[in-house]
Design a protein. Structure first.
Length: 276
């Protein structure tokens, strides 16, 4: 589980990955953010205390993320940057890594994930491991690997993933895969933590979430993020709205009761918003 005791708003606590590096339990996701919108969102996040930024080759914004990190004035070692290789890059993973690191232009990547399962995933993962040994990447992980995928993947790689990133939100709680992956000693991180692009408004208007939010003087988004953290799940909500960015990292001054956790768990609809 995540130790949330003593955490303060604007400064997410960290966990120690199996690679030996610390990773904040809450960061900003940058999917769908482009150009100056992305630069400004990451800049606002860093100014608001975020130290985890999640990007990907597929997002088309690694340059913008790197620009915001470089211009922040924050020492590079204090910022954790994740990027990802898409399955179409698995066949030339070393070149794809070179290109991603060049676009980021921040010296190294803290974590590189395989974005989805695909042909050649173990070979692409081995390329990430070689980059780790070369000091260009610090940790390796995977995304969209559930029970069947992770169990089939582990025997084919030298080092277990330091992190698994999956779709998780109250309408798609991913309980069995999450518990299975956590039982293997691998932390799980939620993407689409607020319900997915185009679906968040419906989730955040859920009467149960609104009632719990009112009881704590918080937003329904903050309730969802706190629920994920109390489940031991890291989370990367995305936003370009400065107020929402600041709000999302202000979830460390309250706790959900067990009854509230159960009420949110009862919202499960098996409503997955991504194709994989």
């Amino acid at each position: 589980m995540i130790d949330l005791s003593g955490a303060i708003n604007g400064r997410a606590p960290v966990i120690r990955l199996s690679s030996g590096y610390d990773m904040p339990v809450l960061g900003i996701g940058t999917y769908s953010l482009r150009g100056k919108t992305c630069v400004n969102a990451v800049r606002t996040a860093l100014e608001s205390g975020y130290r985890l930024i999640d990007t990907a080759t597929f997002y088309g914004n690694e340059r913008e993320v790197g620009e915001a990190v470089r211009d922040s004035g924050i020492p590079r070692g204090e910022i954790f940057v994740t990027t990802k290789l898409y399955p179409s890059e698995f066949g030339h993973a070393e070149r794809a890594l070179d290109e991603a690191l060049s676009r980021l232009d921040i010296g190294y990547a803290d974590l590189v994930l395989l974005h989805h399962p695909g042909r050649g995933d173990a070979e692409a993962y081995a390329a990430i491991e070689r980059a780790i040994r070369a000091g260009r990447v610090r940790s390796a992980g995977v995304s969209c690997y559930y029970i069947r995928e992770i169990d089939g993947f582990l025997p084919r790689v030298e080092t277990p993933p330091a992190l698994v990133q999956n779709e998780i939100h109250p309408y798609y709680q991913d309980a069995a895969p999450t518990e299975h992956i956590q039982s293997l000693g691998i932390p799980v991180q939620a993407w689409y933590p607020l319900g997915g692009r185009g679906w968040a408004h419906r989730l955040l208007a859920d009467p149960t979430l609104l009632e719990i939010a009112a009881a704590h003087g918080k937003s329904s988004a903050q309730i969802v993020l706190r629920w994920e953290l109390q489940r031991g799940i890291l989370t990367i909500p995305g936003s370009s709205d400065p107020a929402h960015i600041r709000e999302n990292i202000s979830v460390f001054d309250f706790a959900l009761a067990e009854d509230e956790m159960r009420r949110i768990a009862a919202l499960e609809r098996a409503e997955k918003h991504d194709w994989y």
